[in-house]
Design a binder for this molecule. Structure first.
Ligand SMILES: O=C(O)CCC(=O)C(=O)O
Length: 322
């Protein structure tokens, strides 16, 4: 079984209806899909790969050798009674995050300019994907974006001043001498909205859980992987489920992955869309009719920070109890 691959350029042509339906199917049944012909120029993607790999080499590689996962694995291998033990609370990953207002690596010289350009493109792509989701869910165009900007709080204009929280996580998963003993990234669902992932086209390892089975997200040159986070699950009242995924460590190759998170503003109020609650046969106003509570995304993130690698349901319950 392979992750569905969708030709996004067909949205603009005769095959629009079919493409929109394919995306609906992926959102409902996978939580993951890959886009080709997505509109991000290949030339830019080539530069992104180059600057991120160079950045790792010059700024990060040396530091990884002394990192926590490396030390923990070395300790485990030196332990006399290590038989049967694994490292299940650590990730074999080097990571840094790019936000609009934090400090970015300065090497190589083209890093900042390239990644700024890339983030602009990714943001536009995420918004296009969100509009297809609006359409598929029967929501007005721009509904999900508006919700992420806090536009559902009732205080329309003021709320819309909250920009979505947009972050780009640049990860490398260096070769691991004992991939049987440590995960590259532990299984989790993503906290936020729509995730746009540019993964390595040579080294695999990303897997998604579908119907109880871990499926490889197959590397595909210059394709973009999309997945939906917990907040899309809430807005859609559970029609779109955020999917569990993980990254396996590998003995060969340094896997690069660049995940951009188009998340709600931390001040945005998130709740199931009223129209989707009504569709479930329950009036939106009836207490308990919605499958998910209404909450402020920043509160959700506080809980997520402590429970990222645990099931998501207790997180929703914690929001309901607030
Ligand atoms: O590195 C990847 O391919 C996936 C990254 C991911 O799942 C995450 O950062 O939450």
């Amino acid at each position: 079984m392979a992750i569905p691959v969708i030709d996004f350029s067909k949205l603009n042509g005769e095959a629009r209806a079919e493409t929109v339906a394919q995306i609906a199917d992926c959102c409902e049944n996978w939580g993951f899909f890959q886009l080709v012909n997505h509109g991000i120029p290949e030339e830019l993607l080539e530069r992104v790969k180059k600057v991120c790999s160079e950045c790792y080499k010059v700024e990060r590689e040396e530091g990884f050798k002394d990192s926590n996962p490396v030390q923990l694995l070395n300790n485990l291998l030196e332990e006399q009674s290590a038989e049967g033990k694994r490292l299940d609370n650590v990730d074999w990953e080097d990571v840094f995050t790019l936000l609009d207002d934090n400090e970015w690596p300065s090497r190589p010289a083209e890093f900042k300019e390239t990644m700024k350009e890339y983030r602009e493109e990714v943001k536009k792509l995420a918004e296009k994907v969100m509009e297809v989701m609006d359409d598929n869910l029967g929501l007005e165009k721009g509904y999900i974006k508006k919700a992420f900007c806090g536009g559902l709080g009732g205080n329309d204009d003021a709320d819309l001043e909250n920009p979505p929280f947009f972050g780009t996580k640049v990860s490398h998963y260096p070769p691991c001498p004992r991939p049987d003993l440590v995960p590259a990234l532990r299984a989790h669902t993503d906290a936020g909205g729509v995730i746009v992932l540019f993964q390595d086209d040579q080294v695999g390892g990303l897997q998604v859980l579908k119907d109880g089975q871990w499926i490889d997200v197959q590397p595909l040159a210059n394709a973009i992987v999309i997945n939906t986070g917990d907040q899309v699950e809430v807005l859609s009242n559970g029609r779109y489920k955020s999917a569990w995924h993980r990254v396996l460590a590998t003995p060969d190759g340094n896997r690069r992955s660049i995940a951009s998170f188009y998340n709600p503003s931390l001040r945005a109020t998130i709740a199931p869309a009223a129209h989707l609650v009504e569709e479930c046969g329950e009036p939106a106003a009836a207490p308990g009719a919605a499958a998910y509570p209404r909450f402020v995304f920043g509160d959700y993130m506080d809980v997520y920070a402590k429970q990222k690698f645990l099931p998501k349901e207790p997180r929703f319950q914690a929001m309901a109890a607030m």
